[in-house]
Design a protein around this ligand. Structure first.
Ligand code: SAH
Ligand code: SF4
Length: 347
């Protein structure tokens, strides 16, 4: 399918060109309808029937399908979205205690970084998603949501900076269509310096989260083989540049793997890394994924004592810390639990 024919890939200017010689307000009307979550051209009631018929012939409103839908007791909804050509990715709708909704989107089918603790990483890599495939994840989630979605976190499957152009376009479209400012977007990266610099130069002005995992270079490289080539010094330098430009606090995500990166020396290494940056450390106790091992030993969740001691060491070092509460574990929709091959059943 030619991407130009898929409406969720197009901004108002592009629509206007394709619809010419129709008056430009038709493009604006059409763009608005796409982001009102309609499922058919016939719902676009302020467009003349003849124009709708033309649209039906020339365009596709949505190029993906929800193949599976799981709802957790805590309200989290996980969708498996199937794209043309057979690839699939998961998107998650998270609700907080106040009823606010956040969309967690994927940027790739699988992930080439291959972090040993992450379900997506264990699947291998199929391909990067196109802009409309990211936009459509949001629209599918929006149809599930009783309240408007106020935030987007790019924390699903894949590495955002290995697919930044498509992500940028999708965030632009959703931001425009839904009236969300870039401050409502959080991009989480495993640490690609050139990507951080590109985002800093060319926007959007999103919040940035960096999956530090370990500030001990050697251990980090063994846990996250696909980004081993980038040194922590290089990444820190890029984060510093981003921060100077953006002026916002950066989140350092620290997944705690029981017995592996939870010791006092691990916490102290994070304190060293954070020095000179304005950051909050988000501690994420590892969400279990069956069958994942590190150097021959099965991974395990950190126990309460490990987690508390780790947090205390950071706080005693003067570091701001938050702890990620767990959402969606019942549907394997929590961090690092995303990944399902389209052909297979189960989670
Ligand atoms: N690829 C990007 C974004 C997706 S992963 C990145 O790595 O940042 C989103 C977050 O989930 C990352 O902080 C990652 O470290 C964390 N994560 C991965 N697997 C996890 C697991 N099993 N339990 C808890 N967090 C996990
Ligand atoms: Fe990829 Fe992020 Fe999972 Fe690592 S944690 S494998 S970078 S999705």
């Amino acid at each position: 399918m030619n991407e130009e024919k898929i409406l969720t890939a197009l901004d108002e200017g592009e629509l206007e060109k394709l619809l010419s010689p129709a008056p430009s307000f038709r493009a604006r009307q059409l763009f608005k309808w796409i982001y009102r979550d309609v499922l058919s051209f016939d719902e676009m009631t302020n467009l003349p029937v003849s124009f709708r018929d033309e649209l039906k012939k020339r365009f596709i409103l949505c190029d993906s399908a929800v193949k599976k839908r799981l709802v957790d007791e805590d309200g989290t909804v996980k969708l498996l979205v199937a794209f043309s050509g057979g690839a699939g990715a998961e998107a998650v709708l998270l609700k907080d205690g106040k009823g606010r909704c956040t969309a967690c989107l994927s940027v790739q089918a699988g992930c080439p970084v291959g972090c040993v603790f992450c379900k997506t990483g264990s699947l291998g890599f199929s391909r990067s998603l196109q802009a409309h495939e990211i936009t459509e994840q949001f629209l599918h989630l929006s149809r599930e949501s009783s309240a408007p979605i106020g935030n987007i976190v790019v924390m699903g499957m894949g590495e955002p900076f290995f697919n930044l152009d498509a992500l940028r376009k999708a965030l632009f479209l959703v931001g425009k269509g839904k009236g969300l400012s870039p401050r409502r977007f959080t991009v989480s990266t495993s640490g690609i310096p050139r990507g951080i610099l590109d985002l800093s130069e060319n926007g959007p002005k999103a919040e940035l989260a960096f999956s530090l995992v370990s500030a001990r270079e050697d251990l980090r490289g063994r846990l996250m083989p696909g980004v081993r080539e980038f040194s922590l010094a290089e990444i820190k330098n890029a984060l510093g540049i981003y921060q100077k430009k953006n002026g916002r606090r950066i989140t350092l995500e620290a997944v705690l793997l029981g017995g592996i990166n939870t010791g006092p020396e691990d916490a102290r290494a994070i304190l060293d890394f954070a020095r000179g940056l304005f950051v909050v450390v988000n501690v994420i106790p590892w969400n279990p994924v069956n069958g994942l091992c590190f150097e021959g030993k099965p991974l395990r969740e950190p126990d309460a004592c490990e987690t508390e001691t780790f947090i205390r060491t950071l706080e005693q070092g003067g570091q701001n810390v938050t702890r990620r509460f767990r959402k969606g574990r019942g549907v394997c929709g929590a961090c690092g639990q995303l990944g399902q091959r389209l052909q297979q059943g189960g989670n």
